[in-house]
Design a protein around this ligand. Structure first.
Ligand code: SF4
Ligand code: FES
Length: 244
């Protein structure tokens, strides 16, 4: 298979694309392909990874114009699968776009500054969690804070977020409005708001409803379709909006 990879040796804009032919066998992921290219052909190719098992969230990138985890994307399957995302300039609807091209395009995650090749700057993404104070405030004493299975079920899916940034990269609102907080921090805010053990729940809702938060979301739901952990941030954002 031919892989066409976006290159940005000094960061900023993509300057060119390099093409590499890699012999792909069943079970190989896009991350495996990148390792082969880096090991055997071009050691200067830069990309981020850690766990190789869809746990750390490091390897998010644009694969055939769809945001995916490289370690979880089978190279042989990429032409047959589609996330059916709403298109915007950085990404395509696979039914009409890149799927027809025999080459596999690999590019950095959209809506983030490129540091080098497939590496993007995640700092603003992580700073949103910081600025919204998305953690539990310590309380006095050691009283156990138990909860029922029903209470747990209200926020359990949001706990699965691995902070990969794919939802941010798939969001047309994030593309047009750089000040938008984005889907992942809003889902996390709802996670704490729904946790019966948290004492000052309202502060998470207030943070989520700030002007560059949930009010900016247009409920496109690309985040729901692309999230590799089934977190469905768009559902959380809809609930935040429904609180009035
Ligand atoms: S909500 Fe999903 S897509 Fe967004 S950062 Fe978390 S795991 Fe990644
Ligand atoms: S390398 Fe950790 S999620 Fe892909």
């Amino acid at each position: 298979m031919i892989f066409k990879i976006a290159r940005s040796p000094k960061g900023g804009q993509v300057t060119h694309y390099d093409e590499y032919e890699v012999s792909v066998t069943k079970g190989m992921t896009i991350l495996d392909v990148l390792f082969i290219i880096q090991d055997d052909v071009d050691p200067s190719l830069s990309f981020r990874y850690s766990c190789r098992g869809a746990v750390c969230g490091s390897c998010a990138m644009l694969i055939d114009r769809e945001p995916r985890l490289a370690c979880r994307t089978q190279a042989l399957m990429i032409k047959q699968s589609s996330l059916n995302l709403k298109a915007f300039p950085a990404i395509e609807n696979k039914q009409t776009g890149q799927a027809q091209n025999p080459m596999v395009l690999i590019e950095p995650l959209p809506n983030m500054r490129v540091l080098k090749d497939l590496l993007v700057d995640m700092t603003p993404f992580h700073q949103s969690f910081e600025s919204m104070k998305l953690w539990v405030d310590p309380t006095e004493g050691n009283t156990p804070r138990t909860q029922t299975p029903e209470e747990l079920s209200r926020y359990e899916r949001y706990v699965n977020c691995i902070s990969c940034g794919i939802c941010h990269g798939s969001c047309p609102v994030s593309s047009y409005h750089h000040e938008y907080i984005g889907p992942a921090p809003l889902a996390k805010a709802w996670r704490f708001y729904e946790d019966s053990r948290v004492t000052n729940r309202e502060r998470y809702l207030e943070a989520a409803k700030q002007s560059n938060g949930a009010p900016m979301c247009e409920l496109v739901m690309n985040c729901v379709k692309s999230c590799p952990k089934d977190v469905a941030p768009g559902g959380a954002i809809r609930r935040i909006k429904d609180t009035g």
